[in-house]
Design a protein around this ligand. Structure first.
Ligand code: AP5
Ligand code: MG
Length: 207
């Protein structure tokens, strides 16, 4: 199963992708996680893109496409994968079409004000890439999965979230029509209880 999770920031792509990864036993490929790892390790790429991410802007298409193309060529992607946060521009979607045949695109829909509230409570574990919400954590600083230190993502400040939502509307939103025309798009309401959203995704994938 070659799957794309599409949706605005904070609609739950990472949360759903991690559950799908565990249940379907295929890798989750999050461009955001790849970029944050490079920033943390201060690689040449990390140093180049650090400010872009902090401002809520996109990494240039040529860099992003090359990273994903290389990652999808690795052996663990042979039986499928979940793309979380890629593609995000029409150029990225067209490039992906030139080297992969995607089975299904799940579009998670969320209202902007719900997204802002959600991201204000998000905690992230840089050690295992786990994503959590304060409403469901016993400790706001200790990862319940690996015991690592939970952090608040720099781009989860409200003004940056608003900027990311703006970039999403102008640049990523057109991909809904792009995949609709190809007959691959399924839209799911992401503003519901996590298990209900996930059950709907599984139901779509079974069809
Ligand atoms: P990325 O890391 O992909 O960020 P994003 O798309 O902005 O999405 P988020 O990770 O913020 O949200 P999510 O949808 O994964 O939601 P989550 O599951 O965490 O990208 C970061 C940056 O990298 C970009 O801004 C850009 O600069 C760059 N970048 C990445 N990809 C790129 C690309 N292709 N091209 C160019 N640049 C790129 O959930 C959010 C919170 O809500 C969590 O706390 C979670 O626990 C909670 N939650 C989830 N679902 C529910 C639910 N149903 N009910 C209640 N709470 C929920
Ligand atoms: Mg994410």
């Amino acid at each position: 199963m070659k799957l794309i999770l599409l949706g605005a920031p904070g609609t739950g792509k990472g949360t759903m992708a991690q559950r799908l990864r565990d249940d379907l036993n295929i890798p989750q490929i999050s461009t955001g996680d790849i970029f944050r790892k490079n920033i943390k390790e201060e690689t040449p790429l990390g140093l180049q893109i650090k400010d872009l991410l902090a401002r809520g802007e996109f990494v240039p298409d040529d860099i992003t496409i090359a990273i994903v193309k290389n990652r999808l060529a690795e052996s663990d992607c042979a039986n499928g994968y979940i793309l979380d946060g890629f593609p995000r521009t029409t150029a990225q979607a067209e490039a992906l079409d030139s080297f992969q045949n995607i089975d299904c695109v799940i579009n998670l829909h969320g209202e902007p004000e719900a997204i802002i509230a959600r991201l204000a409570g998000r905690r992230f574990c840089p050690a295992c890439n786990g994503t959590f919400h304060t409403s469901r954590l016993q400790s706001e600083t200790v990862c319940p999965v690996c015991g690592g230190n939970l952090i608040i993502r720099e781009d989860d400040r409200e003004e940056t979230v608003r900027k990311r939502l703006e970039v999403y509307s102008t640049t990523t939103f057109p991909l809904i029509e792009y995949y609709e025309k190809k007959g691959k798009l399924r839209t799911i309401d992401g503003d519901r209880y996590v298990d209900d959203v996930y059950d709907d995704i599984l139901a779509v994938l079974k069809k």
